[in-house]
Design a binder for this molecule. Sequence first.
Ligand SMILES: CC(C)(COP(=O)(O)OP(=O)(O)OC[C@H]1O[C@@H](n2cnc3c(N)ncnc32)[C@H](O)[C@@H]1OP(=O)(O)O)[C@@H](O)C(=O)NCCC(=O)NCCS
Length: 440
Amino acid sequence: MTANNYVQFFRETSPYIHAHRGKTFVIAISGEAVLEQNFDSIVHDIALMQSLGVHIVLVHGARPQIDQRLQLAELPTSFREQVRITDAAAMQCVKEAVGSTRFQIESALSMGLPNSPMHGARVRVIGGNFITAKPVGVRDGVDFQRAGEIRRIDRSAIQSQLEGGALVLMSSIGFSPTGEAFNLNYHDVATQTAITLNAEKLILVTEASGILDADNNLIRNLSLPDVGDLKATLKNAGSEESATYCLLSAAYQACRNNVDRVHLVGCSEDGSLLRELFTREGCGTLIMQDHSEVIRAASIDDVGGILDLITPLEQQGILVKRSRELLETEISRFMVVVHPEGMLLGCAALYPIVDSDAGELACVATHAEFHNQGIASRLLKCIEKDATENGLKTLFVLTTQTAHWFREQGFVEATVDTLPAEKQSLYNYQRQSRIFSKQL
Ligand SMILES: CC(C)(COP(=O)(O)OP(=O)(O)OC[C@H]1O[C@@H](n2cnc3c(N)ncnc32)[C@H](O)[C@@H]1OP(=O)(O)O)[C@@H](O)C(=O)NCCC(=O)NCCS
């Protein structure tokens, strides 16, 4: 990476660093992911996120590790509805496998060698009896024995650890008030923890890099109804026990219970967590209740985002230059389009022209990576609605390079003398902008 690319990359990640600081992310890592060659890098990336101020609860699974111990002990194992029927001997294997997996994660988080990504990280890892469990019991005549369900999660204990700067590591074992240990499903632990903590994100790190469509292409975004439909399709196809169904179920449950976003991220690709959480395009599947963008009036907090958007266009002479001070003064004139992840995708401003019933549309811009998705057209509709509600009858726009776009939006070419007097006197003949107007 060249120095310039590096600087640009760092600047582009900064909005995500600001957005994630102080937020709670519950990250669920499957037992398979712990066995991946890439596992240490995943842990290092988690430690990096923690150092950027993200509150992290890490929940780990241990299914292959438990299978291995049961095999060594020559104990048979069986599942019903994705739940392992766990007798006392199997429970011993569960404790050993979960314990050793946990130690493996704790040691990776404790690394601090010079010249390693963990140098100076000093992550404080905390665990404890945060989960109260109860037995699954007997269902359809089958006794699940030491397989358990979550009864409650100690929200305040976890939160006080997070606020104190610790990373909370949770295993899939819970304890009953009678003092017994129960084997839990780690997806349940992660989902219930995210719901209980009202976490901003639940991140499921698994073997699959996300949800794939029928042509095996990664689906980048799914809304909650989409997830419901996909689950129904899998159920009808008899795939209720598949890994994808389990992931979708966990995501569905979390989203329905006010966890804003669920990310499904692959464990085998180096840096996938960072790419998913700190870049615009991501690399996994993002699931949320509603993934449509929001169009709203700009506030002073949007000034930085608007400047990022318009400065390159000003440098190319496409937009008229505005200083930060001017933008701050005129921010109430702006509307912005905001991505569900908080990124600013587009902006436009409406300036009423004094002593007239006309307004000037200005500073229309869409982020280059989001062109041709109808963002500017939708923004224009909102501006027109706003203008009409404020009694304006005509909208003018002055443009040097975007004439055709405005014509396609119903604007017609006009001359300087059709501009209201106040605007005529300010017309910049040197810039040679073309004038367009639209009757509202
Ligand atoms: C013009 C601009 C705002 C359009 O944003 P957008 O969100 O991509 O717009 P939409 O998705 O609503 O419309 C896209 C359509 O307009 C077309 N279009 C985009 N820019 C165009 C231009 N300069 N001239 C003609 N057509 C253009 C696209 O080809 C696309 O048409 P298609 O779907 O038939 O291929 C965006 O290209 C931009 O930010 N440009 C730089 C800033 C600018 O010129 N602002 C206007 C000066 S005030």
